[in-house]
Design a protein around this ligand. Structure first.
Ligand SMILES: CC(C)(COP(=O)(O)OP(=O)(O)OC[C@H]1O[C@@H](n2cnc3c(N)ncnc32)[C@H](O)[C@@H]1OP(=O)(O)O)[C@@H](O)C(=O)NCCC(=O)NCCS
Length: 376
């Protein structure tokens, strides 16, 4: 049995922030029905396309059934509303106000199903002076102060810097994920659904420790971490690559001093010790000593890494067009309800027949009629 068995999610999400949330729900056993416009959502076209499939879509839309539905057609809207009655969660990340324009806002959904949990991610939330603005990850990285902290921490004289993975999509996606799980728990107790409003900007502010450093000490996390007693922590160049290690004050630093046979750790004696050894030796010695350490690995090295393999962090996904593909595995290890992230991202409309016949009782003929009319 999986943790979220029996939970049905109507997933209107596109791009990254919404889809990563619903993918995790699917991996934990929810039935996620990804509802796309008949032309497919934007991430399907994110380059480079490999045999017509986007690596992005393939990554972030696993564990979902895929259907097409034109919500602007009255028949499509009607079908969606019927499905809301049989669902637990509706999730979307359109620009704020889009669901209201479709006449599928909170009041409508709640009226159809008082237990429904309706979660939205948007750049700036459903209210507030910036709420009507569109957004992608870099916009939220800029607006939350994150890009400024990257600049301040890496090169204060350079321009602001953008983190290269879509962190300001993933963190909002996980915030919504947590919200949905809490709302399911609340609904189990009370029978009541609720509206969840996650803004990318809020989600980033909410996890940035630098705001506390700034408020209390007029510094940032990175500057504080670099100064004082933890000054030798960080990246070091070994003979054949780079190692990262952390030396907090206390017993870890004492163990490190013993290993190096020095009274004090200084950038000079540490640098000299590391640069004479290959990465593997530095890592082995420090790990054995108890110092937090890792080699700086490239993507191929991570995929081949014995530890990542032992923890099933790369899994085989069998895709109808691409064949077998190796993708990141599920990072939450449950003792009872193992997650599974191997269901491939759906082809456009792949599950129309299955979903619409099971949920709405539509016949093949009716579906064909709706397809010809551009409703599915
Ligand atoms: C990502 C984003 C910038 C894209 O902007 P966009 O392509 O203009 O898309 P919008 O969300 O504004 O609008 C989607 C449109 O498609 C329509 N649409 C979506 N699904 C549909 C469906 N199944 N059937 C018919 N129409 C559909 C919507 O009704 C809307 O139409 P409208 O503008 O006429 O009201 C915007 O969606 C956004 O800001 N999202 C919130 C922040 C976010 O999550 N960003 C992505 C992070 S990865």
């Amino acid at each position: 049995m999986s943790a979220l068995e029996g939970v049905r999610v109507l997933d209107l999400t596109h791009a990254h922030a919404g889809p990563i949330c619903t993918m995790f729900l699917g991996a934990m056993g929810a039935e996620v029905i990804k509802i796309e416009p008949t032309w497919g959502e934007m991430t399907r076209m994110f380059p480079p396309l490999v045999k017509g499939v986007s690596p992005y879509f393939m990554f972030v839309d696993r564990c979902k059934k895929g259907v097409t539905l034109n919500l602007k057609d009255p028949r499509g809207r009607e079908m969606f509303m019927e499905m809301v009655k049989k669902a637990d969660v509706v999730m979307e990340n359109f620009s704020a106000g889009t669901m209201d324009r479709l006449d599928l806002g909170w009041d409508v959904l709640q009226g159809l199903n008082p237990g429904i949990i309706f979660a939205s991610i948007s750049g700036f939330g459903q209210y507030g002076p910036w709420s009507d603005r569109r957004s992608f990850d870099p916009i939220a990285q800029a607006a939350s102060g994150y890009m400024w902290t990257m600049q301040e921490g890496i090169n204060p004289d350079g321009p602001p810097l953008q983190a290269v993975e879509a962190i300001a999509d993933t963190i909002p996606g996980f915030s919504a994920l947590i919200g949905i799980l809490a709302a399911l728990q609340y609904r189990n107790r009370t029978g009541r659904g609720q509206r969840i409003d996650v803004a990318q900007m809020d989600a980033m502010i909410g996890v940035m420790q630098s705001f506390s450093f700034w408020e209390l000490a007029q510094t940032t996390f990175r500057s504080a971490a670099r100064s004082g007693r933890v000054g030798v922590s960080g990246l070091h160049k070994a003979l054949d690559g780079y190692v990262m290690f952390s030396l907090p004050a206390g017993r870890i630093t004492d163990w490190f001093k013993e290993l190096l046979d020095v009274e004090e750790v200084t950038p000079e004696n540490v640098g000299e010790w590391v640069e004479r050894r290959p990465v593997e030796e530095v890592v082995k010695l420090l790990a054995k000593t108890g110092v937090p350490v890792a080699p700086v690995l490239d993507l191929d090295q991570v995929k081949a890494n014995e530890h990542a393999i032992a923890r099933e962090m790369f899994v085989k996904v069998d895709h109808p067009t691409l064949g077998e593909v190796i993708l990141p595995g599920f990072p939450i290890k449950f003792s009872e309800t193992k997650g599974d992230i191997t269901m491939p991202a759906p082809l456009l409309g792949q599950h129309n027949e299955e979903v619409y016949s099971e949920l709405l009782g539509l016949s093949k003929e009716k579906l064909e009629e709706l397809r010809k009319a551009g409703v599915v």
